[in-house]
Design a protein around this ligand. Structure first.
Ligand code: KG4
Ligand code: ZN
Length: 333
């Protein structure tokens, strides 16, 4: 089955062609430069940029894949969660292609896409599993008892992990989005230099809270400066990152034990984080779990993950009507 995947939920225009699980093309037009000077994604600018980028990216992806519209067996598109205007650009394009080619349309949940990105690298036998989904907009622990079934175990009560990375990176002058730059800087620092709080580490549930950590970082820097001391940015980055990773790793392993699964899946942009991958692999190995995460370039938003999720749903006979709308706050479970 050959499936086109379209992703426009935030600031990446992603288009992929997937043939029986093999990626024939996976192209992304990033809007980072556009939003950088605002220090965050500006929704209206994002929608307009998707309108401009989508057709050229689509053409290039089909050319890359050596595929014509007529060869597509299905059109998968992100329908939520995300920015409503941005989502609508992808949805309108997907509907048009479905209508013109007669290929079925399938709406995909962006979060499911992040989880199923693992299929590309690790094959279809993932469930039962516990999944940690960490991105710019989400931080959640999900139980997947069988393929395409989800039970929400817990989530952040305030900021998402990627949001925390981006905010602290901005404070450190690392640009936007700051996650990757903070990751690089942290590799030169001591993760135990500063003891930042591990919020909700002992809360006895699977929820997270990240906004206090950002405040703790700001407070620490101010206190040190007031005392006439300079803070080493690499130590700060490493210690901040460690505080996030510590809680995420501990709660994920705990959730996997609680649900008696053997597999831990990671998905979302923050899974590109070097330390999170390292620590989760180590903790998983020690506790006897199989820990899986997508290849680096499939962690952040892309069309391939949408094509995979779409092909699974199409394979089960699912079809989405052509009058489907965007669902900006779509949940997984
Ligand atoms: O999944 P994603 O591409 O978009 C959303 O669905 O939100 O995730 C983007 C987030 C951003 O906050 C970005 O800073 C973060 O993932 N990120 C990272 C790294 N690479 C991307 N955070 C920490 N370390 C990284 N290496
Ligand atoms: Zn995402």
């Amino acid at each position: 089955m050959r499936v086109l995947g379209i992703e426009t939920s935030c600031d990446e225009t992603g288009v992929a062609v997937l043939d029986d699980g093999t990626i024939l093309a996976n192209l992304i037009a990033s809007q980072v430069d556009l939003h950088e000077r605002f220090g965050g994604v500006v929704p209206e600018l994002a929608s307009r940029a998707h309108v401009e980028a989508l057709m050229p990216v689509l053409d290039a992806a089909l050319e890359d894949a050596g595929a014509g519209f007529g060869s597509l067996d299905g059109i998968a598109v992100t329908v939520g969660p995300g920015l409503v205007g941005a989502l609508l650009v992808g949805i309108a394009a997907a509907k048009s292609i479905a209508l013109a080619t007669g290929a079925p349309l399938v709406g995909v949940n962006h979060l499911e896409g992040h989880i199923l990105a693992n299929v590309i690298e690790h094959g279809p036998d993932l469930a039962p599993a516990v999944c940690l989904v960490v991105s710019g907009g989400h931080t959640m622990l999900v139980h997947m008892p069988q393929a395409l079934r989800y039970e929400l175990l817990g989530q952040t009560l305030d900021d998402a992990a990627g949001e925390a990375f981006d905010k602290v990176a901005r404070f450190l002058g690392l640009g936007f989005p700051g996650g990757p730059a903070l990751d690089r800087l942290a590799q030169q620092g001591d993760p135990h230099a500063i003891a930042f709080p591990r919020a909700m580490a002992d809360s006895g549930d699977f929820d997270f809270s990240l906004s206090g950590l950002k405040t703790a970082v700001l407070r620490h820097v101010k206190a040190e400066r007031d005392a006439g001391r300079e803070v080493d940015p690499a130590d700060l980055a490493a210690s901040f990152q460690e505080a996030i990773v510590d809680v995420q790793v501990a709660k994920t392993v705990e959730a996997a034990r609680d649900r008696r699964v053997e597999t831990i899946l990671l998905g979302g942009g923050v899974v590109a984080n070097t330390r999170l991958r390292e620590r989760m692999e180590k903790a998983g190995a020690e506790a006897g779990f199989r820990v899986l995460f997508p290849a680096l370039d499939l962690c952040t938003d892309n069309g391939a993950m949408i094509a995979v999720a779409g092909s699974w749903r199409l394979g089960r006979g699912e079809r989405t009507p052509l009058d489907v709308g965007a669902d900006p706050s779509m949940g997984l479970a």
